[in-house]
Design a protein around this ligand. Structure first.
Ligand code: HAM
Length: 419
């Protein structure tokens, strides 16, 4: 039997309804903050990612779906959205305008990770990217937007962590500082972190191994950032306080991608098991220039949609309202099937969602089916007399009662219901 690839999933209608609800709420909120949707390709030249996420970032070295296409080009399935949006932003020449640009996206990303609950190979992110502002108040607004999304979806118990990673000029100083602190105790680090200490020492700080956590406890990157980055961070923190957004300062939050500078943040949730990050983001003030554009500051975040739905399921939140039509057209005998089809099409043309029986089956069976899928809905029965007299028998499924009604009248009643 053919099966979906490991780490990928089919989303069947009952679950898709929950996705649609979450996305609809998100779009309303994103539009209210001035964000507009961007849709970039799922496949890009590999350099879009290798040149931006960091040569030594695990997402590039271990997780990227990388292959040669038929023309021999090196291409990748997008592992995240930021680099693609930056590529599109520069390609469109938007880096040369002085205005602020706000984009959001929702769609699949691909990472060849070992699949487990909350960690998939094809997963979905909802993300935002804002270009053209370096104001710390912008950081606060972006974080407030993320918090508002989580609240609007009805997720309880999320924890926001924030940190500053300093600017580009601070980076060598921070790296030296972390190395100096950890080098003397190198033998107590896990094997991966021994390598990280050489190649990318900041990543040691978010290792979950006990020994590494203990050693990292004495390290706070804020000690090595410049006064202007410190002031920027203080303003972000103060603004979050002013907005009454609860947060924790986490001196070990470094994020897994190399493009971040200054503010970095993550939202964690207790009900997700080992994969406890609902979403994360931060500033990336040098990425646009690094990818060939003008120097345009930027900030954004992405939320993992599978994890949002997991958190909602764990809370046993209200199931989303059903999306099945509440009207069913039944044909007493096969002779009336063409009439039933015409009536259904006519009602749909008037905006009424309708299911119709097009099979040769007894009325009893049709009513059984209707009581299963629309137990509180309406069944419109067409028999020989009804068709001859331009009438319809209307059966109210919850009351179990029926009456004969003029066709014009039934259309009026049903369209009235949906306005
Ligand atoms: P990220 O932290 O790599 O950031 O991913 C954001 C979120 O995507 C994670 O917090 C998680 O919820 C979800 N996610 C990541 N990997 C998986 C996976 N394998 N399975 C399921 N969910 C996953 C970024 O991708 C940045 N582009 C965010 C950003 C936007 N920064 C600035 N702008």
């Amino acid at each position: 039997m053919l099966k979906a690839l490991g780490g990928t999933s089919d989303i069947f209608p009952a679950e898709a309804a929950a996705w649609q609800r979450v996305e609809a709420i998100a779009r309303r909120i994103l539009h209210s903050y001035g964000y507009q949707e961007i849709r970039t390709p799922l496949i890009e030249e590999a350099a879009v990612f290798t040149g931006s996420l960091g040569e030594v970032a695990e997402i590039v070295t271990k997780q990227m779906y990388l292959f040669q296409d038929r023309g021999g080009r090196s291409v990748a399935l997008r592992p995240e959205g930021t680099a693609s949006v930056v590529r599109a932003f520069i390609e469109q020449g938007l880096d040369k305008t002085s205005s602020i640009s706000r984009f959001y996206y929702a769609g699949p990303m691909f990472r060849a990770e070992r699949p487990q609950a909350g960690r998939k190979r094809q997963f979905h992110q909802l993300g935002v990217e804002l270009f053209g502002s370096s104001s710390p108040y912008q950081d606060a607004e972006v974080i407030a937007l993320m918090a508002r999304l989580l609240d609007a979806w009805g997720i309880h118990g999320w924890v926001l962590k924030v940190n500053s990673l300093g600017c580009k000029e601070d980076r060598p100083r921070i790296v030296d500082y972390v190395r100096e602190k950890l080098e003397p105790h190198k033998d107590k680090l896990c094997d991966d972190c021994k390598v990280r200490l050489e190649k990318n020492p900041l990543r040691v700080l978010d290792c979950k191994e006990e020994g590494c956590v203990k050693l990292g406890a004495s390290v706070d990157v804020l000690a090595a950032i410049c006064p202007s980055c410190k002031e920027h961070f203080d303003t972000v923190i103060r603004s979050l306080g002013g907005l009454k957004i609860p947060f924790q300062r986490d001196p070990h939050l470094v994020r897994g991608l190399d493009y971040y500078s200054r503010t970095a943040f993550e939202v964690l949730h207790g009900n997700l098991g080992a994969q406890n990050a609902l979403g994360g983001g931060g500033r990336y003030d040098t990425l646009v220039e690094q990818m060939g554009g003008l120097a345009v500051p930027a900030i954004g975040f992405a939320i993992g949609m599978e994890r949002v739905l997991m958190a909602l399921n764990a809370q046993a939140s209200e199931p989303p309202a059903g999306l099945v039509p509440q009207v069913f057209v039944a044909a007493v005998s096969p002779v009336q099937i063409p009439d039933a089809l015409q009536l259904a099409e006519h009602l749909r043309g008037q905006g009424v969602p309708v299911l119709v029986n097009l099979e040769e089956r007894a009325l009893k069976k049709q009513l059984e089916y209707a009581s299963k899928v629309l137990p509180k809905g309406t069944v419109l029965i067409l028999g020989e007399d009804e068709v001859k007299n331009n009438k319809v028998t209307v059966r109210d499924m919850s009351a179990g009662q029926q009456e004969l009604v003029d066709r014009g009248e039934i259309i009026r009643r049903l369209t009235e219901k949906i306005v």
